[in-house]
Design a protein around this ligand. Structure first.
Ligand code: URP
Ligand code: ZN
Ligand code: ZN
Length: 465
């Protein structure tokens, strides 16, 4: 079994920071010892990685991606191969992607299709959530089977009528089932029925530009849906995880529920922390690059999101990585904002954007690791195999240079998409060496991994309760 020692770095986990050497045997971390100690000095290794002056952090866990998602008449432009390679460059070593049940079809068929897309091509490890688009007797029974197979979380939609939408009765039934089988319901909380009325009215009034996407998807309709989802979960006696929270008033709903002691959790994404309706209003058709749902909000909302992350009213930052090229894909919505495929790229940028937040004073270093690595791993049943640096954990490790300067650009990123939502943004901090289960997959900007290294991860039920 090969032995790797990572020497001299500052090891940062959600719980602590320590100057320690890390010993990796095969695919796992087997020991940590204080740098300079006799114990660490006695270790022999096949490979020595010098981390002096650098951080040693757990590989990022991005619990919300959509590789190759069919959406709006097209398909998300990253394959599992390109998307997971980009993730590795950005210091993310596990993704949890969303398999999709189509209406009229089974969960099994959807899950099999996603296994087929991902098998043998991923650069880093991956798991699946299941999108339930058709809640019925049969799909509810299938939920139990999937939980047994390590697919322990189910996304339901209060938005997108006619596509993924479930009414309150269906949502309640899925939540009741989740309460019984341990499956965690993840909610896209926007009132899609009301939004569709506003979309039709906007288009009839000739309001076709991308910025109207943000205007019709009103903050109140995110807050209302978040409130309703919380109440439905309370009735069902189930926990709830609200995805891609963007509105201050939705954070307030989560905070209120948590203050009441309810097992309610929230995720936000870098785009809501760093981008705003100003981007949606960029001249020409440029705003289409920033069309996603929930939508970007006026920048005043960002303070509430940062605060929610600090106060633990929001627990996780995922990307909702769902890239569509500007040319030929976002352009499908020229002249009709409702036809712009929803989604933004970001799987490669998340760890660095959040490290920048440490430098900017929004987060501590440990909270950075908590929201990007440990909490998503615990939320989705991957901990402590993923999300921490500890004996017994997978050696998914990032030697992170906190002083490296970079300028984010589509010209240099590795995601298969022709623009960057963060084009020109200067960031300090970058993954220098990335290990996935003990294998170096990225070193100094060079990809050393291979398609198929990444393995499917069966997950346990939520460990956050
Ligand atoms: O705009 C988004 N978020 N696209 C992906 C689908 C979803 O709702 O997460
Ligand atoms: Zn969603
Ligand atoms: Zn999503």
């Amino acid at each position: 079994m090969s032995r790797t020692v990572i020497r001299g770095g500052l090891v940062i986990t959600a719980a602590e920071e320590m100057h320690a050497d890390v010993l990796v045997e095969g695919e796992q971390v087997v020991a940590l010892a204080a740098t300079g100690s006799d114990a660490a000095g006695a270790w022999t290794a096949d490979r020595l990685i010098d981390a002096t002056g650098l951080y040693v952090i757990p590989g990022g866990v991005d619990a919300h991606t959509h590789m190759q998602l069919p959406f709006g008449g097209t398909e998300a432009s990253d394959t599992f191969e390109t998307g997971t390679r980009a993730a590795a460059f950005g210091g993310t070593t596990t993704i949890v992607d969303f398999a999709v049940q189509s209406v009229g079809s089974s969960l099994r068929a959807g899950l099999d299709a996603w296994h087929e897309k991902a098998a043998g091509v991923c650069a880093v490890d991956y798991g699946f959530h299941m999108i339930m688009a058709d809640v019925n007797e049969s799909s509810l029974k299938e939920m139990d089977l999937l939980v047994g197979e390590g697919v322990t979380s189910f996304k339901l939609f209060m938005a997108y009528p006619g596509v993924f939408y479930s009414d309150d009765g269906k949502i309640l039934r899925a939540m009741q089932h989740g309460a019984a089988n341990g499956g965690l319901v993840m909610m896209h909380a926007e009132n899609g029925i009301a939004i569709d009325v506003l979309v039709a009215q906007a288009l009839a009034a000739g309001h076709t530009d991308p910025r109207y996407h943000g205007e019709v998807r009103r903050e109140l309709l995110e807050a209302e849906a978040t409130h309703r989802a919380i109440k439905l979960a309370q009735v069902a006696g189930s926990p709830l995880y609200v995805v891609h929270v963007s509105a201050a008033s939705a954070v307030a709903e989560l905070a209120k529920a948590r203050d009441e002691g309810l097992p309610v959790f929230g995720e936000t994404c870098p785009q809501y922390l760093y981008l705003s309706t100003d981007n949606l209003a960029e001249p020409g058709f440029e705003g289409a690059k920033y069309v996603c749902s929930t939508p970007l909000r006026p920048r005043e909302h960002q303070a509430a999101l940062w605060r929610g992350l600090r106060t633990d009213d929001l627990q996780v930052v995922s990307t909702d990585h769902c890239p569509f090229c500007f040319a030929g894909q976002k352009e499908l919505g020229r002249g009709d904002f409702s036809k712009i495929p929803n989604g933004l790229p970001g799987v490669e940028n998340r760890m660095d954007l959040l490290h920048q937040a440490v430098l900017d004073g929004h987060l501590t270093r440990r909270r950075w690791i908590e929201i990007a690595c440990a909490a998503p791993a615990r939320m989705f049943g991957l901990y402590p195999r993923k999300g921490t640096v500890a004996p017994g954990a997978d050696a998914d490790l990032v030697v992170y240079d906190p002083a490296a300067e970079q300028t984010v650009s589509a010209a240099t990123h590795h995601m298969n998409v022709d623009y960057s939502a963060y084009e020109g943004r200067r960031l300090t901090g970058r993954a220098r060496t990335v290990l996935s289960r003990g294998t170096v997959v990225v070193d100094d900007g060079v990809y050393l991994g291979r398609p198929g290294h990444g393995r499917y991860q069966q997950r346990t039920t939520c460990q956050y309760l």
